[in-house]
Design a protein around this ligand. Sequence first.
Ligand code: NAG
Ligand code: NAG
Ligand code: NAG
Ligand code: NAG
Ligand code: NAG
Ligand code: NAG
Length: 404
Amino acid sequence: MSGILLASAAFIVLIQTACSAPTGGSSATSAKLCVQLQIPVPVAADQYHYDQPQVNSNIDAMDWTVNVTTWDMADFTARQTGTVHVDQTFNISAQLCVPSKKTSKADILHIATAGQGFDKRYYDVDVQPQEYSYVDAAISNGYSVLAYDRIGTGGSEKPDAYDIVQIPTDIEVLVGLTKIARSGNLISSSKMSATTKNEAPTIQEYQPTKIVHVGHAYGSYIMSIMFEKYANLSDGALMTGLYVNYAMLNNSLTVLNYNHAFAKENDPVRFAEWGSGYFVLDNKQTLQKLFFQKATLDPALLDYTESIKQPESVGTYSSEGNSTLAPAPGFTGPIMFFTGEYDNYICNGDCRGVYDESLTNTLYPNAKSIAHYLQPGTGHATGLSLNASAGYEVMLQYLDSQGL
Ligand SMILES: *[C@@H]1O[C@H](CO)[C@@H](O)[C@H](O)[C@H]1NC(C)=O
Ligand SMILES: *[C@@H]1O[C@H](CO)[C@@H](O)[C@H](O)[C@H]1NC(C)=O
Ligand SMILES: *[C@@H]1O[C@H](CO)[C@@H](O)[C@H](O)[C@H]1NC(C)=O
Ligand SMILES: *[C@@H]1O[C@H](CO)[C@@H](O)[C@H](O)[C@H]1NC(C)=O
Ligand SMILES: *[C@@H]1O[C@H](CO)[C@@H](O)[C@H](O)[C@H]1NC(C)=O
Ligand SMILES: *[C@@H]1O[C@H](CO)[C@@H](O)[C@H](O)[C@H]1NC(C)=O
């Protein structure tokens, strides 16, 4: 087993430009206007049922981990015991923010998908937002941003963690959200649950002309699979925490390298809504191991990460072998891979000199441009590490240089 979740070789096996410096262009004085939305998203996806231990306690969570990583146990493909056709509408919690003053880029919508362990707050950090909030950075560069909670996280619906919350469903939620956004029905089709934290007036309607997909880690991974089939939904992509590289080939981290606890046992109050099959990274030490490097770690951000951490479904792991990175010839926009220089998760601790350019080019043969950039000194969670805002400028400057 392998891939980005359990870690990793598959995504390399299967498929068997540097960027200019930022110009610091956040001089615009736009504040953000935000609305909180509960968006009904129709989803149709073909998935499988997998034979795997149930997770109903901390002991089960560790048992599941050992069971699925035992060297001579069946891999997940061999554990398929039947098909599951998902055909239903899910409530997805999202935040739409636009610049308070009309800007030339306000019609370009960034749709942001967080990685495993996070919800949309990854993109709108409450601690020192001027330094860490991607939403604030994008807004001050004139863009609009839709950040949402993946299914099974945050305020979105939390259906069956074995058969429903799998990779194909995650992808179709993103596809559905993108189509709704493109059609201009984001607000009219949703229940608006609250206005902005900053008491700004409500947004009445919003229709983007262009959409840029932004992802972190697993979020970037599902975007890439989406581009294989639905490339024309995207005008450009910023992939953070995903890096096709040689280091992971023989040294990939697996789920055995980090600890999960049963979500409801880890915090019965906070995770009361998450049932069987939802586990969560157990403590701050595990979060540090996966997401940070000490030199760029502000301990306050480690505390924050612990306070916003989100459960993961076992179904996303078990479906991994059935969803793999393959070429997306239909993707014609610009795409940037932005990764921490010392990303432990995706490069086994060091991303320098291991970028697999030819494989990346194979994946996106018709991209307008492919850029890759290592953010100095940081680990996997570039958005929660020191100097995050300078990294955001690199990404946003890249988009600007590509006409977005
Ligand atoms: C691992 O889990 C599978 C499926 O639940 C079970 O059949 C198998 O016996 C377990 N293996 C071990 C070593 O416990
Ligand atoms: C979905 O959201 C609507 C509107 O807020 C609510 O009435 C409904 O109960 C929700 N359904 C589920 C399954 O959460
Ligand atoms: C994308 O392609 C599909 C199928 O080819 C087509 O139905 C759809 O209209 C296209 N969407 C856009 C935004 O071009
Ligand atoms: C990975 O290990 C195999 C077997 O030891 C070896 O042949 C291969 O060269 C290694 N690949 C890398 C990228 O180190
Ligand atoms: C997913 O599983 C089905 C059934 O085993 C198989 O036919 C299909 O090739 C798999 N897809 C991928 C991408 O592995
Ligand atoms: C902060 O990030 C920017 C953009 O990647 C980089 O140019 C700069 O060197 C970084 N500063 C430090 C101290 O690492």
